[in-house]
Design a protein around this ligand. Structure first.
Ligand code: ADP
Ligand code: MG
Length: 273
């Protein structure tokens, strides 16, 4: 299971990423949580304590390592290796907390001619290596709305692209642009989670504006999450959220198992809730 989570800023991508990671970890699954949002704070939502968080080094900031592995730190004009060795980087830069292995990608700067700079080549290789690892683990990647910054091949390796929306047309618009980007890349299945829902009325208007997209379910508005964020605490063990996320997780697994390797839906999408 390799899930990428995208959507407009503030909709709840990080909350969903952390909560899903927590759900899988308590079920005893091997979980790898990747923070691929340039403005990331997934470690905080997972509840990684400060002492451990201080050890987190975003892979993109490791200039020396990038130079070593790719053969240069220069741009396209220089020569560099297109397939740097990456297999050991998770152990070097990841931290382990409550059964969740966490890795931060950091800021990936997009060059004028695309992403063909050594730092990006290394990151892309790393992400593809992690995504293609076919063991029993679950990989959850917290991204921003510009899903292309990691490259097409990378995003195509995920088997579910989940877009988070909240009541409001602005986040729906972002979901639509993520959808377009995803279609361009070749991902057909885009799954939506509606977050911060306060009433059936809100949910009904929101889902009406999401026609053509598959809705996995919703997370009700949860005052406790605001309080926990206010206090800088993780949200993984919030009991209400845990129950809501379990439903999303079930719907997600059902949807993914209905989808083949090329992202073709094998059967009719589920109706939920
Ligand atoms: N279901 C919810 N109910 C209430 N507040 C929420 C909910 N989900 C997220 N939030 C709050 O919304 C804010 C943004 O959430 P976050 O997960 O950081 O969004 P993103 O990663 O998309 O920017 C946070 O303060 C978070 O606590
Ligand atoms: Mg976030």
């Amino acid at each position: 299971m390799r899930i990428a989570i995208s959507g407009k800023g503030g909709t709840g991508k990080t909350t969903l990423s952390a909560a899903l990671a927590g759900c899988y970890a308590v079920n005893g699954r091997k979980v790898l949580a990747i923070d691929a949002d340039p403005d990331g704070n997934l470690a905080n939502a997972i509840g990684i304590p400060q002492t451990l968080a201080a050890q987190i080094v975003p892979v993109s900031s490791m200039k020396k390592l990038i130079e070593e592995r790719t053969g240069t730190s220069k741009d396209v004009s220089g020569f560099f290796k297109l397939n740097p060795v990456v297999g050991d980087l998770l152990d070097k830069f990841g931290v382990l907390f409550n059964g969740i292995r966490f890795l931060s990608i950091g800021t990936v700067e997009k060059g004028a001619g695309g992403c063909m700079c050594p730092a990006n080549i290394l990151l892309r290789n790393l992400i593809q290596y992690l995504l293609l690892d076919k063991d029993e683990g679950v990989l959850i990647m917290d991204m921003d709305a510009g899903i292309e910054h990691l490259g097409r091949a990378t995003v195509r390796c995920v088997n579910a692209l989940v877009v988070v929306v909240e009541p409001g047309q602005r986040s729906v618009q972002t979901a639509r642009s993520v959808e377009r980007l995803a279609r361009d890349i070749g991902i057909k299945d885009i799954l939506v989670v509606c977050n911060k829902i306060r009433s059936p009325h809100e949910y009904s208007i929101l889902t009406n504006s999401l026609q053509g997209l598959k809705i996995l379910g919703y997370i009700p508005y949860n005052e406790e999450l605001i309080e926990q964020d206010l206090l800088g605490k993780g949200i993984v063990d919030n009991p209400k959220l845990r129950i809501d996320i379990m439903k999303i997780k079930t719907a997600l697994e059902r949807q993914v198992s209905l989808t083949d390797e090329q992202g073709q839906t094998l059967s009719l999408p589920i109706q939920y809730p």
